[in-house]
Ligand binder design. Sequence first.
Ligand code: BG6
Length: 490
Amino acid sequence: MINQAIVIFGGSGDLTKRKLMPALYNLFNKGVINANSKIIATGRTKMSTQDYRLFFGDMDDQFLTIVEYLVLDPHNERDYIILKSRLESTGCSNYLYYLATPPSLYNVIPQNLKKVELNIEPNEIKECAAQRRIVIEKPFGYDLKSAEKMNRDLKTVFSEDQIYRIDHYLGKETVQNILALRFANSIFEPIWNRHHIDRVEITAVENMGIEDRGGFYDGVGALRDMVQNHLVQLMALVAMEPPVKFAQKEFRDEVVKVYNSLKPLSAQEIDSRVIRGQYIESMINRSKVLGYRDEKGVKKDSETETFVAIKLNISNWRWEGVPFYIRTGKRMPTKVTEIVIHFKKSPHKLFSSLASVPEQNVLIIRIQPNEGIVLKFDAKVPGKGFNVSQVPMEFTYDKLAQNGIEDAYSKLIQDAIVADSTLFTRSDAVEASWNFFDPIIAHWNSGKAPLYGYPAGSWGPLSADSIIEGDISFTNPCKNLTNTNIYCEL
Ligand code: BG6
């Protein structure tokens, strides 16, 4: 097994401490990274390797001996010479550069790596078949133009197959399970289309606010932070055609086709199909919760959205006419991500139903928490007469994962180490997604679109339901998720 040298830029940052190092520790314990490998965390903060290791006191020494800290200013070319000599001391190793930095460094760091030839794969210059790869975190650009520039700049240093754009949603087991559900079973695929599906809802809501990320979030907003990347990825998995095989090119080709099939929205359609909101001060459990504009780092007159609900149409043979409703928000009643597939009503009403529940099958794919799948169907209510009522059939994912579900970062970093880019976002997908969302952002920036307030802790602006056709509203997930059930009546 070839050794790995992993260089983290932004080594003293929050992402590294919370996600990357625990994931690398997990991979070390699994044997994916061996004791001859090296992790070089770099950062501007001056500290010794000894001091750096103290952040990770709960990890054992065997692992920590492969962790080093290097003081490196990303702008300083000379620091890369020191990095190079550290890397060369690892012998013939794969180098994986992880950019856990602000996007303003996504061009600076690769260009400086290039200056000292740290992008060049050694089989071109000496006898060692090691590879060089770079992992970058979203945001992949700010709009189509900046994404195109970012892709162009990166490709002057690394080729597309060396670039791993990480979207941690694709690393989630339950997200990958959408593919298994659709393509490993034969019962769903025949009904997975406009003839049988009435509408699809994708909800990813959080009860948290923006925490201490005000400075970052205020320039970004919910559409760029969640919808343009994570949520359209979920939509693509639900909507894509079966790839010929589960491999890098075939899978990612199908994702891009879905993005390219999104029906563009005119300014008028944006107003009626895209609702944006911003949370305002309210009381939750008798405590005052700040409004968005009062959060640290946020402008007092900020127009940044913390909530988006959008109705999308995928113009292709399978999905024509089936609306996809996507909704995300901060400071909502709970933290849940789920996909709800509503099937069409039965064509003829034979029985009377109890309550107001429509005779409509619903499949809920719960991404988090209490991961699992629920199929709701009608059953006869015991007793006289012939009344039907809806009942859930439930599968919880923890039944399969005795040792717990592996975190998304472990999965994706392992994939990057073994050069499997299937679950990483390709440049054409990034651009296709921006191509669709750019007009929405431009319309909002024109100042003509309304921004609705919603009380922190609520399900968002009331007008969000107006984008749904007919007399129906969004399916709100169960608020009380302390039990293990996926589904519960509200
Ligand atoms: C990140 C966003 O990409 O995803 C955050 O920047 C958001 O704002 C987070 O909170 C949600 O991720 P998860 O895995 O907790 O659903």
